[in-house]
Design a protein around this ligand. Structure first.
Ligand code: NAP
Length: 265
């Protein structure tokens, strides 16, 4: 570990996740927050990040100082601009932003040859374990119907959640299938019978739900339910900070949260 604090930037600093990160960073000695980015038209542009301190929210990366690592929880446009900056300066990037289109996914895939990247649809330890358990259950019960239900707060922009999709991907792979082949995202009207081997998704939106995911493996006369409920987004913020510390100084490439858990610093 470096002896001086890690120079960190946050993209999406005024958002729900950004705020969760900022409140942890107040008492953090491992990190020095050096830059905090919000959207170009943000009401928070130019506001102090913390009351009584000099650092102000910035609308872009043009005045960013030298950095050891960037954490991004923003949106697709914010992530695209952050990726440009990280590529131009060789800065490792941790991102939890979801709802990316194929073009941005492809850009991120290609960026792994130039910078260290750690992407996770969910930074919670409990969800990492849920994914492992679902993989095992889906393989052990190959003929049981699988449905994934997720619930989030009403302002969430994308659906199904990145975590629900990642769970579906893990289960499909465990059954030698792909999410593209197995997923059913909506059912309405005369749908016909359920297609064997498909993975159905259902989405709930409302209030202040932080994030809930449930995988239902439905057999004949019995049902297995695996679920996770996040009640405080500090869990994602803690996971992202742990990942950022771990990523500093790593070689270019795509790293996973499991790599961080397997060899903590
Ligand atoms: N992987 C995980 O564990 C995890 C957990 C929670 C959320 N997420 C994902 O993280 C993302 C953010 O979630 P959230 O709930 O924090 O969202 P949010 O509350 O809507 O906050 C979004 C933040 O991004 C900023 N932003 C928007 N467009 C931007 C741009 N073009 N450039 C720079 N900044 C921009 C916003 O700035 P202004 O509002 O000031 O304009 C705000 O600070 C979502 O994709 C969400 O699904 C992932």
């Amino acid at each position: 570990m470096t002896s001086s604090p890690i120079r960190l930037a946050i993209n999406g600093a005024s958002g729900r996740m950004g705020q969760a990160l900022l409140s942890l960073l107040r008492d953090e000695r491992r990190f020095e927050l050096a830059h905090a980015v919000v959207s170009p038209g943000s009401a928070h542009d130019g506001e102090p990040v913390w009351l009584g301190q000099a650092l102000r929210h910035a609308r872009d990366w043009s005045r960013a100082p030298a950095l050891d690592v960037v954490i991004d929880f923003s949106g697709p446009a914010g992530l695209a601009a952050t990726l440009d900056h990280c590529l131009a300066h060789g800065i490792p990037l941790v991102t939890g932003t979801t709802g990316l289109d194929a073009q941005l996914q492809a850009r991120l895939d290609a960026a792994g040859s130039r910078v260290a990247l750690l992407r996770a649809a969910n930074f919670s330890l409990g969800v990492a374990l849920l994914t492992r358990l679902l993989r095992e259950a889906a393989a052990a019960l190959p003929d049981w119907d699988l449905e994934i239900v997720e619930a989030h707060h009403g302002r969430k922009q994308d659906a199904p959640s990145g975590t629900a999709l990642a769970l579906g991907q893990a289960a499909a792979a465990a059954r030698d299938s792909t999410l593209e082949d197995a997923a059913v995202y909506s059912r309405e009207g005369h749908t016909g019978a359920r297609v064997p081997g498909s993975i159905g998704f259902a989405v709930i939106r409302g209030g202040d739900i932080v994030g809930e995911h449930q995988a239902l493996l439905i057999g004949s006369g019995e049902r297995l339910e695996l679920g996770h409920r996040a009640t405080d987004r500090a869990i994602f913020a803690r996971g992202a900070l742990q990942a950022a510390q771990w990523l500093v100084g790593r070689a270019a490439g795509h790293w996973r949260l499991e790599d961080v858990l397997a060899s903590p610093r």
